[in-house]
Write a protein that binds this ligand. Structure first.
Ligand code: FAD
Length: 381
């Protein structure tokens, strides 16, 4: 067993920590108030290589391991949880494209993601189908040599800002095998957008995208016809652990601040850190955070070593966002009335991490995966 990171990984973590503190953290709260994606944020993340982490070097990316991508999400989220969405979405999309797109397609699509020239989105959820995504109804109707996409995608992260999207639509019969994946430009002539007014992650935003017969050529098909659903679900496996680390990064930042407050704040003539009623809950959260972090990194390490990691990634996804929410809540209470003010970033972190208890699949879906892996497919509902 070896619970240490390599020297290179440690150096990278330190570099990210400095970048996050200096470049990202100062905008975390003002971006939330502005409630829109700040172009300079994308530029800064791209300049640091964070939009191309999982893209091969010859396509302009970093070709980073899954572990490093998770580390990047964790560190970035300490200073700006919402910036970690740019890592999560680009890593998910580029991993799917790297595994399923042809060499030509990758050469066209991946470099602009890495450079930050385009912001990608990922479109699977529909008004009638979220958890039961395999039943999605968006139509891809044959049109000449290609298709036309018609229908609504909803709850799409970066939906108001994205230039391009991986869109799942039905080319065949019912069920997962009738679904194909397309890489499309979100052309305003055929795609209209309506924003959500969200509780958190307002700097990233979600939107509904209405596709009104968007023409897509054959070259936009990712993988084979009818293979879209399966290839996307494989991508989710590891992105779930990256999401877990982003949530834990925000929780760890809150815990560090709460511990410092426990040293500094006095009540009844002593620092509140001398009261076990204050520090035991923080000690418990620190313990749980460490456990969840191990699960996330184990999932990513297994991915890097070509070992099955679906159980670990599902454990990471169900546990880490929930734990982060609980930890941040506990930290907020530690600050007393100050934690309840928007002057403190803690309340915003709470609003922000709750979104990822739902986004990318709820805890129930993760538990279905875990239970299926524990009991066997015969026990899947
Ligand atoms: C912050 C955020 C970002 C998102 N980003 C994207 C994105 O970029 N792209 C995208 O396509 N989608 C995105 N989503 C949508 C997200 O993937 C869906 O919200 C999620 O899959 C759940 O679907 P639903 O909301 O329709 O809930 P439903 O499927 O309607 O479920 C409602 C409730 O029932 C539970 N439930 C459903 N089925 C079962 C079952 N079989 N057993 C037990 N419980 C069950 C669910 O857990 C949930 O609590 C995002 C959502 C959020 C909140």
């Amino acid at each position: 067993m070896d619970f240490t990171f390599t020297d290179d990984e440690d150096t990278y973590r330190q570099e990210l920590r400095r970048f996050t503190a200096k470049v990202l953290a100062p905008h975390y709260q003002s971006d939330d108030k502005a409630a829109k994606l700040r172009p300079q944020l994308v530029a800064d993340m791209a300049a640091m290589g964070l939009t191309g982490l999982r893209i091969p070097e010859h396509h302009g990316g970093q070709e980073a391991s899954a572990v490093l991508a998770g580390m990047a999400a964790e560190e970035v989220a300490r200073g700006d949880f919402n910036a970690s969405y740019l890592i999560i979405v680009s890593a998910l999309v580029s991993d799917i494209l790297t595994r399923n797109a042809t060499g030509d397609q990758q050469a066209r699509w991946l470099p602009p993601i890495a450079s930050g020239e385009v912001v990608p989105a990922f479109c699977i959820t529909e008004p009638g189908h979220g958890t039961d995504a395999a039943k999605l109804e968006m139509k891809a109707e044959p049109d000449g040599d290609g298709w036309r996409l018609t229908g609504e995608k909803t709850s799409i992260t970066l939906g108001m800002s994205a230039d391009v999207a991986l869109v799942l639509a039905r080319t065949g019969g019912p069920g997962a095998r009738g679904v194909s994946a397309f890489w499309v430009e979100l052309d305003a002539a055929h795609v209209s957008r309506s924003p959500f007014d969200d509780l958190g992650s307002r700097a990233i935003g979600r939107a509904s995208l209405h596709f009104d017969g968007l023409p897509v050529p054959r070259e936009a098909l990712v993988g084979g016809e009818g293979q879209g659903f399966v290839s996307v679900m494989q991508g989710f496996d590891y992105s779930r652990a990256i999401i877990g680390l982003a949530c834990l990064g925000a929780a760890q930042a809150s815990l560090d601040e709460a511990l410092q407050w426990a040293r500094d704040r006095e009540a009844f003539g002593s620092p509140i850190g001398t009261f076990q009623g204050v520090v035991f809950p923080l000690a418990e959260q620190a313990t749980y955070l460490r456990g969840a972090r191990h699960v996330c990194y184990e999932a990513l390490w297994r991915k890097d070593n070509d070992l099955d990691h679906s159980t670990e990634a599902a454990m990471a996804k169900f546990w880490a966002p929930k734990l982060a929410t609980e930890t941040i809540h506990q930290c907020l209470l530690t600050f007393g009335h100050l934690g309840y003010s928007s002057e403190s970033p803690v309340g915003q972190r709470l609003r922000d991490v709750i979104g990822l208890e739902i986004g990318d699949g709820t805890a129930q879906v993760s538990k279905l995966v875990i239970a299926r892996n524990l009991l066997g497919r015969a026990f899947a509902p």
